[in-house]
Design a binder for this molecule. Structure first.
Ligand code: TXA
Ligand code: MG
Length: 311
């Protein structure tokens, strides 16, 4: 299959290209598009065959449900049985934006999307290209656009690397400014199931009892979190100080090293996955990253880096 590249400017969206993309999606094809977090691998949420293809091309385990993306609240009502009070508060404060909320799903949502669960994860992205595509097509199921296990794609070239020839199209527009995936929150357990850009501190302002899910029980509440994720080929070691970095460099002079030393957490977030992928392209053997604390988006960074390390 020839993967079509659609160059689109987020600040001056070419509607004829959006129409072309929506035709592909409506007829069952798969198109990767940017969101404000990471690239999504989009398919019509109501088309079972397209959903199955999404799992296939990613090599995604079938028990790992997808997020459905919407562009207005009417679409949310189409998908979910009800909107709990706390969910409403989150929607008012954070949508459109980088938080995904879990709801009870209606029958009309294919079980392929929710991997058999009676719940569904929904997100209203703020990226204008994503919004235009969803507006034209309706609800779109989209996991991150990467082969399973690899760091999520945040640039069109990352997506091409994993999925060229396997999907109908890719939007070329590097507008994933956040760089790591959305926060996933369940109002049923009052928990963050996956940390992301929207922090626990921010959620606590409107839901004081909110907490982080700790996977102690056998029962898996967010299936995606049990898999090894986001891993580059290189080994990763964290350092705390410039002295420690120097020592690590000296101890590993025989290796091809990449240093990620970025104290601004938002910048680190924007670049992390891209840098992992660049390191793979350059055959880096060891990545040294400065440790960050768990405040704000730091919690999500620590989570992603620990998973990349394999903890
Ligand atoms: O920022 C994002 O969320 C990106 C962009 C494309 O929107 N999407 C993304 O999707 O990261 P994905 O498929 O890579 O991750 C979806 C996460 C997984 O951890 C999955 O287990 C969880 O959401 N999830 C989906 N449906 C769920 C449900 N019904 N209950 C609990 N967790 C769910
Ligand atoms: Mg993913």
């Amino acid at each position: 299959m020839k993967t079509i590249l659609f160059e689109i400017n987020e600040n001056n969206i070419d509607n004829s290209k959006i129409r072309e993309i929506s035709e592909i999606l409506k007829s069952g094809g798969i198109v990767a598009f940017p969101t404000e977090t990471v690239y999504g691998l989009g398919a019509n949420a109501y088309n079972k065959e397209s959903i199955k293809k999404v799992f296939e091309v990613k090599g995604r385990p079938i028990d790992n449900p997808l997020i459905v993306h919407i562009s207005n609240l009417e679409q949310l009502k189409e998908l979910v049985i009800d909107i709990p009070k706390d969910a409403e508060k989150l929607i008012d404060k954070f949508w459109p934006g980088p938080i995904t909320i879990i709801f009870k799903k209606k029958e009309c949502v294919p079980s392929e999307v929710s991997a058999g669960l009676d719940t569904i994860a929904v997100r209203f992205p703020s990226n204008k290209i994503a919004q235009a595509i969803i507006k034209a097509v309706g609800p779109i199921a989209a996991p991150s656009a990467n082969s399973s296990g690899k760091p999520s794609g945040t640039r069109a070239r990352d997506v091409l690397e994993d999925l060229d020839g396997k999907i109908e199209g890719i939007v070329v527009c590097d507008s994933c400014n956040i760089g790591i995936e959305s926060t996933v929150f369940s109002t049923f357990t009052n928990e963050i199931l996956r940390p992301g850009k929207i922090s626990l501190e921010e959620i606590k302002e409107i839901i004081p009892s909110a907490k982080i899910h700790e996977n102690k029980s056998e029962k898996i509440i967010s299936p995606g979190m049990k898999y090894k994720h986001y891993a580059p080929m290189a080994r990763i070691i964290l350092f705390d100080s410039a002295e420690e970095l120097d020592k690590l460099k000296k101890d590993n002079v025989d290796k091809k090293i990449e240093v990620i030393y970025e104290k601004d957490k938002d910048k680190l977030s924007e670049e992390l996955f891209f840098r992992f992928r660049e390191a793979d392209r350059q055959g880096i053997e060891l990545i040294l990253i400065n440790r960050t604390n768990e405040e704000g988006i730091g919690r999500a960074l620590v989570d992603r880096i620990n998973r990349a390390i394999g903890k």
